[in-house]
Write a protein that binds this ligand. Structure first.
Ligand code: NDP
Ligand code: MG
Ligand code: MG
Length: 327
């Protein structure tokens, strides 16, 4: 059974005399900064001049350049885009790190794949919320939180885990539960999960499901409702009641058809490919490809995104979503 930390296991007072610099005021950075300020932690923001910088100021924070924020902090939370972190690290973070500081990442990518190599005399930890930034803030405001993972890469002070857990508590994560893991496990499962299931597999499944019906001559609007719109309702059932709960919540015909045809469509061959994709994550091939893609200006990513944006299913979806929202 995984080791899980709850509020009662964690002492916030370890943060009482510390300054926490949140680096980046984007999806995660803003949520963390607001949550921790509400928990009474002294927060400063480090970000480049621009939209985020102005917003952080408007929302009442002391805002500095990344270098200046690192100089003024005891703990830094690196909440910059993963692909931006290595260059900002060498130019602005590393030169200003001091012995005994605590460095927090929200995703293990750059440590796991060796793109950032912190000095030996700081703590390096991971607090990875298992939810989008919006939920990190909304759930906290509601008096609850989202689950998260915690890991220690380097424990120089002897307090690395305690400090990480205190930051997790200040964000509301230990209200739900924080699971102990490693940088490797978090990074690899995050990438494997988003590629095989959450983003990659799901998108392709929905797209093919829609296309097959349209190619057979059914109306695209009807296909959209069947193959895409209802997927949310099915996921809600799974989220609330588990797989069996979902199966018991659909018609008997759907239950039988689903259980017999599902493994015909998503067959062993798909599973073999999932393993292959996972292997490319584990052996670092995917990380190398993604870093190279970024160095070339992420042109392929932009092209692929454009293809989805311009597809028929998106046009139909937009119309139907508008229809469902009005009135
Ligand atoms: P965002 O892209 O939302 O935010 C990036 C922030 O960094 C912005 O404030 C941006 O400012 C700033 N920034 C970008 N480039 C620089 C630079 N060169 N110098 C200074 N500041 C810069 O990132 P996310 O919140 O999505 O991701 C942050 C971390 O959280 C990542 O490690 C990610 O993997 C992790 N994470 C994210 C999740 C999510 O829901 N998005 C979920 C779990 C983990 P500007 O406005 O000027 O661009
Ligand atoms: Mg993830
Ligand atoms: Mg991810």
């Amino acid at each position: 059974m995984a080791k899980i930390y709850k509020d009662k296991d964690v002492d916030l007072s370890i943060l009482s005399k510390k300054v926490v610099a949140v680096l980046g005021y984007g999806i995660q950075g803003r949520a963390w900064a607001l949550n921790m300020r509400d928990s009474g932690v002294k927060i400063i923001i480090g970000v480049r001049p621009g939209k985020s910088f102005d917003l952080a100021r408007q929302e009442g924070f002391e805002v500095y350049s990344v270098s200046e924020a690192v100089k003024r902090a005891d703990i830094i939370a690196v909440l910059l885009p993963d692909m931006t972190q290595p260059s900002v690290w060498s130019a602005e973070i590393a030169p200003n790190l001091r012995r005994d500081m605590n460095v927090i990442f929200a995703h293990g990518f750059n440590i796991r794949f060796g793109l950032i190599k912190p000095p030996n005399d700081v703590d390096v930890v991971l607090i990875a919320p298992k939810a989008p930034g919006k939920a990190v803030r909304d759930e906290f405001v509601r008096g609850w939180g989202v689950p998260a993972l915690v890991a220690v890469h380097q424990d120089f002070t002897g307090n690395a885990l305690k400090t990480a857990l205190a930051v997790a508590k200040a964000n509301g994560f230990t209200r739900v539960g924080v699971i102990e893991t490693t940088f490797a496990e978090e990074t690899e499962t995050d990438l494997i999960g988003e590629q095989n299931v959450l983003v990659g597999g799901l998108l392709q499944l929905l797209k093919y499901g829609f296309e097959v019906m349209v190619e057979l001559g059914y109306q695209p609007e009807v296909a959209y409702f069947e193959a895409i719109n209802e997927a949310k309702l099915i996921m809600d059932l799974i989220w609330e009641r588990g797989l069996t709960g979902m199966l018991l919540g659909v018609s008997e015909t759907a239950r039988y058809g689903g259980l017999t045809v599902g493994p015909f469509v998503i067959n062993e061959d798909v599973k073999r490919r999932m393993r292959e994709a996972a292997e490319r994550v584990r052996n670092g091939e995917f990380a190398r490809e993604w870093v190279n893609e970024n160095q070339r200006g992420a042109l392929k990513l932009r092209e692929l995104l454009k293809q989805v944006q311009n597809s028929q299913v998106e046009r139909i979806g937009e119309e139907l979503r508008m229809m469902m929202r009005s009135g």
